[in-house]
Design a protein around this ligand. Structure first.
Ligand code: UD1
Length: 368
């Protein structure tokens, strides 16, 4: 069976690393061959190539070179190019990951060609349709034959939407990745990351969500909090190009104590996430990695899909509210979560093998 897996953005390269390794190891026994397609949504070296190199991901068979654009233009270009490739390859299934425009375009292109779609990290909901990711999730889940869920919450969300018969709980593939690459991150971290960690206590910060970067009020409030925190604790802030541009437009420049650096690869990210005193983020993946690596997390969003991390006290939702962000960090400093007593929320770290088995069972005769 031929599976076309579609990636395009940073977090998808990480998830694909675990799945591609699983196919390389066990795909042959199941008669599964993977053909990887990179839409080109992320294209800078620091946003794309570095992940393939560090994680030894085989180069994609197809690179569509779509690049940036408005949501409609970017997704439309992907749809057209993906359709051409899928018509040529005629896979038995298409695998999409997460919630980016590449995910939605991949699911739509395949579903229109009557190719079964399997969605990894399905069923996540913020219930905020102003987020582009929420739209992408809904589209991908409703077009998928197989919804592969990270959490019980995701399973319940899909049952509520009438998709119970598509659901399969696999656990979270990013947990596989953390287990698989944590040791490598210790060995292969860059000299810059090692030096950053050696200089003492720091908070790691990331901010790239459109809901924050495209709203000057929210962005100002977040960086007012960062400026206040940096007076006491050093902040290390790898900046997504979208955020760097938005901060420049805002006329903001980093205060002393806030180290704004270029985007990091996956191994340096894991290395610094593990050593940070706490993490400030609006990323979904980083909320989970913080939990896996036992680092307290403050989420600068109004809601999260990873609700369990908040319920057990590993993550505080602080919105884009200066006072709430600084208070959340102070709360963690006073009462750090006892990670040794927290439950495992997202499976056993063997999601990739469950995903492969589930997708292999999708094979069905097709007419074309
Ligand atoms: C996308 C995903 C988001 C995910 C994030 C991971 C969507 C709607 N959003 O957001 O869910 O969390 O990836 O990083 O799919 N840019 C560059 N170089 C690049 C890529 C982007 O400079 O290699 C800049 C461009 O100015 C571009 C902007 O970043 O317009 C936004 O890129 P885009 O891919 O549209 O969305 P992300 O913000 O990266």
């Amino acid at each position: 069976m031929k599976i076309c897996s579609i990636v395009g953005a940073r977090p998808q390269f990480v998830k694909a690393a675990a799945f591609s390794a699983e196919v390389a190891e066990n795909g042959g026994k199941l008669g599964v061959e993977e053909i990887s397609i990179h839409t080109g949504q992320h294209y800078d070296r620091a946003m794309s190539d570095i992940f393939f190199e560090e994680l030894s991901i085989p180069p994609p068979r197809y690179e569509l070179g779509i690049g940036s654009g408005t949501h409609g233009a970017q997704t439309g270009r992907m749809l057209e190019s993906l359709e051409t490739v899928l018509e040529k390859e005629k896979p038995g299934a298409v695998l999409v990951y997460g919630d980016t425009n590449s995910t939605a375009a991949g699911a739509l292109a395949a579903a229109k060609l009557h190719i079964p779609v399997a969605h990894v990290e399905a069923g996540m909901r913020s219930f905020n349709r102003n987020m582009p990711e929420e739209i992408n999730r809904i589209v991908a889940d409703h077009l998928s034959t197989l919804n592969l869920c990270s959490s019980e919450t995701a399973v319940e969300n899909l049952w509520r939407e009438g998709l119970g018969n598509t659901v399969f709980r696999t656990g979270d593939i990013m947990f596989d990745c953390v287990l698989k690459f944590a040791d490598l991150a210790e060995k292969r971290r860059s000299p810059g990351a090692a030096e950053t960690a050696e200089r003492g206590e720091f908070v790691l910060m990331t901010c790239h969500r459109a809901e924050n970067t495209d709203d000057p009020g929210r962005l100002s409030a977040i960086f007012a909090a960062a400026t206040e925190i940096a007076l006491e604790t050093r902040i290390v802030f790898p900046a997504h190009p979208r955020t760097a541009k938005a901060l420049e437009e805002l006329g903001w420049s980093p205060p002393p104590g806030l180290e704004m650096i270029p985007p990091l690869g996956y191994l340096d990210t894991l290395f610094l996430e593990k050593r940070a005193k706490a993490i400030l983020t609006d990323s979904g993946g980083i909320q989970k990695e913080a939990f896996f690596l036992k680092t307290p997390c403050v989420t600068m969003r109004d809601e999260t899909e990873w609700v369990e991390t908040v319920e057990i006290g590993a993550n505080i939702l602080a919105g884009a509210d200066t006072t709430a962000i600084t208070a959340a960090l102070a709360e963690f400093a006073k009462n750090p979560p006892d990670f040794s007593n927290l439950p495992a929320l997202y499976g056993d770290g063997n999601s990739a093998s469950k995903i492969l088995l589930a997708v292999a069972r999708l094979e069905q005769p097709r007419n074309s």
